[in-house]
Ligand binder design. Structure first.
Ligand SMILES: [Cu+2]
Length: 263
């Protein structure tokens, strides 16, 4: 009975995994549902690798168990003295090479796909700092800091350790180029549901792009590189809103966050 209950719990976790939004959930074991083509392709590669590595684990474990049982000392008192088997050695060299090629082809395809940052609709410059993010919209002449909301000041419905005072607001259904830089130590701009993760490095501009899918939605991320005392307290919020809402936000942001007020 206890076993059954354990299995039921496990199934529940697996099922619950499929219903997650763009936010980490307690007891989550799967990836967040992918949003946009980059994340979808990364998710597909992950699923392919999971099948391949899972099959290899099952094969190796099966062989180990088989050999342990079949050739144990009392069933096999006079062990074989074989030291070489050319055919077998060729087979166990060639098969892994084929497996690695099968993995390499979609991996490189994804890498090059992620590298195409030219055909984008807008650009946002992201600066990682101890311990907050700064988002600059160079075409709009605005820039602002984004700080986590302290636990004691959370409003209803706001997420502990995840919500911020000034989220990055973007229009839904847009292809966005990110220019990612650092001003102190290394941070990492990581939004799992959008399939973007890039280091912020002082003196170097890294590029990434995401295509935010249609639909108003909030995407959560976190710094993913240990960067000091408050590393856990510099979350990322990307709010995708309708074009009209974006224009409204932009008009207000231009009053509140002019580039002149930023060093
Ligand atoms: Cu960090």
């Amino acid at each position: 009975m206890a076993m059954k209950r354990w299995m039921l719990g496990f199934c529940f976790i697996l099922l619950a995994g499929s219903a997650y939004g763009a936010v980490p959930e307690p007891w989550q074991i799967g990836l967040q549902p992918p949003a946009g083509s980059v994340a979808e392709k990364a998710n597909d590669l992950h699923n392919l690798l999971l099948v391949i590595t899972g099959a290899i684990c099952v094969l190796v474990l099966g062989l180990l168990v088989y050999i342990g049982v079949r050739f144990r000392a009392d069933r096999n008192p006079t062990p074989s003295k074989t030291t070489h088997n050319p055919i077998l050695e060729v087979v166990w060299t060639v098969i892994p090479v084929i497996i690695l090629v099968v993995i390499a082809v979609p991996s490189f395809r994804l890498l090059y796909y992620q590298d195409r940052t030219d055909a984008t609709d807008m650009t946002i410059k992201i600066t990682g700092a101890q311990w907050y993010w700064n988002y600059e919209y160079p075409d709009e002449g605005i820039a602002f800091d984004s700080y986590m909301i302290d636990e004691s000041e959370l409003a209803d419905g706001q997420k502990r350790l995840l919500d911020v005072d000034n989220p990055m607001v973007v229009p839904e259904g847009t292809r966005i180029k990110f220019l990612i830089v650092g001003v102190d130590v290394m941070h990492s701009f990581f939004v799992p549901s959008l399939g973007v993760q890039k280091y912020t490095v002082v003196g170097r501009t890294n590029e990434a792009w995401v295509d935010v899918p249609p639909g108003a939605k909030t995407y959560y991320g976190q710094c993913n590189q240990i960067c000091g005392t408050n590393h856990a307290y510099m979350p990322i919020v990307i709010e995708a809103v309708s074009e009209a809402d974006y224009q409204t936000w932009l008009a207000r942001a231009k009053q509140d966050f002019t580039l002149a007020s930023v060093q």
